[in-house]
Design a protein around this ligand. Structure first.
Ligand SMILES: [Zn+2]
Length: 403
């Protein structure tokens, strides 16, 4: 039997171990120095984690690898969208080059589960979707990628928007997107009926960007809950951002989270300065994933393809100091994302450190550090990334030919 040994690694920062892989799965975990035969990957005492999951990234707008440009957007989703629309075609490299380069850098830093957005609107048509599909195809052996067709410009402000979204779902997108049903389209019932209708038509999941303030966010969330229940879409809906929900009085938020738990509605965060109450979501067993959002694009100069860096940012914006809380962020950045993606169950609370047991997928990352919390603080470069049991990156570079 051909097996691979991850020699002298510390699963979740624990005891030095030899982790035996059988094909694309973890087979056994033995004490380090086991002498087990097989191809060896040198762990050198590094920490073994499940590989990172970025479940909220806009690959379609990335400018990673291009010259830095001054930010030219003005406040508000619609104005920011117009700024992107005015500029994206003028980038120094093709969009397919940009999406492929950025996804490659994400993989090289340890991310192998990705939910990326592809903006679809009457300006771009399916051009951005095609570029994201090209990146997914190029890196198919290195990462699992879901594509969300994202109506960034709304569905009701420009004729033909809903039709483009429908076409995107028929042309390779996996998830139907929605955005600020009250604030952007100003007709939340119609907006959400289109989104849920297309999800039903295409048998797809839903992911809704919610940047709305407190009571407006709550109102939109209640309409989402209502439709999730009516159409029996339990476990198939994600609310992204939801900053405003974090500002609700605790009683109102708890009442909403009860319904999210009942309907298994997931959440995705990008670690903003007004974070979702991370530990409260863990208490309710809400599936929570982390993402980089836009990266050095026409929306934001932040983002560097590194989910360990974004995990640091999430710990920082939450004000976490205790090791347990920082390790929980690492769990959100790895297995939490997979739970949003649909390939793992929700974390069972803030102490849960799953993903490294016999039978789990050999989608893994080795990172340097004394402890998991130290690894998040230091964000070292000495990493090795495995996807389906094969090394796909080492030392922040893709293994084999550059893609
Ligand atoms: Zn976003």
């Amino acid at each position: 039997m051909s097996q691979t040994i991850l020699a002298d690694v510390r699963p979740w920062g624990g005891a030095p171990s030899d982790v035996v892989l059988d094909g694309d799965r973890i087979d056994r975990i033995l004490p380090a120095g086991s002498g087990e035969p097989g191809a060896r990957v040198g762990g050198r005492g590094r920490i073994l984690l499940p590989s990172f999951s970025d479940v909220h990234v806009h690959l379609d707008s990335t400018r990673i690898g291009l010259p830095f440009r001054p930010h030219t957007g003005s406040p508000g989703v619609w104005n920011m969208m117009l700024n992107d629309r005015d500029n994206w075609r003028g980038a120094e490299e093709s969009l397919a080059w940009r999406t492929t380069e950025t996804l490659g850098r994400m993989i090289a830093r340890g991310t192998t589960t990705v939910r990326t957005y592809a903006q679809v609107d009457v300006d771009a048509g399916l051009e951005k979707l095609d570029a994201v599909l090209a990146a997914k195809e190029t890196h198919a052996g290195r990462a699992e990628v879901q594509i969300m067709a994202f109506p960034q410009a709304g569905l009701l402000r420009e004729d033909g928007s809903a039709e483009v979204l429908d076409r995107a779902m028929a042309n390779g997108a996996d998830v139907v997107g929605g955005i600020d049903p009250c604030a952007l389209d100003r007709d939340p019932v119609r907006h959400l009926d289109i989104v849920f209708g297309l999800a039903e038509k295409h048998g797809a999941q839903i992911d809704i960007h919610l940047h709305e303030p407190d009571q407006l966010a709550r109102f939109s969330a209640e309409l989402i809950v209502e439709r999730t229940r009516a159409l029996d879409m339990r476990g198939r809906v994600t609310v992204s951002h939801g900053y405003g929900l974090g500002r609700l009085p605790e009683g109102e938020l708890r009442a909403l989270l009860e319904q999210f738990r009942e309907l298994d509605i997931a959440m995705a965060t990008v670690a903003p300065p007004t974070p979702l109450p991370t530990l409260l979501l863990a208490e309710y067993g809400i599936r929570l994933g982390l993402g980089e959002d836009g990266q050095r694009d026409y929306w934001s100069p932040y983002g560097n393809c590194d989910m360990l860096d974004r995990a640091w940012q999430m710990a920082f914006t939450n004000g976490f100091r205790h090791d347990r809380d920082i390790e929980h962020v690492a769990a959100v950045a790895t297995m939490g994302g997979r739970s949003v993606f649909g390939s793992a169950p929700a974390l069972a609370g803030a102490d849960d450190r799953p993903g490294l047991a016999s039978g789990d997928p050999a989608d893994l990352v080795l990172v340097p550090g004394d402890t998991v919390a130290a690894a998040v603080m230091d964000r070292g470069a000495d990493r090795t990334v495995l996807f389906r049991g094969a090394v796909v990156a080492d030392g922040l570079a893709l293994a084999g030919a550059a893609a």
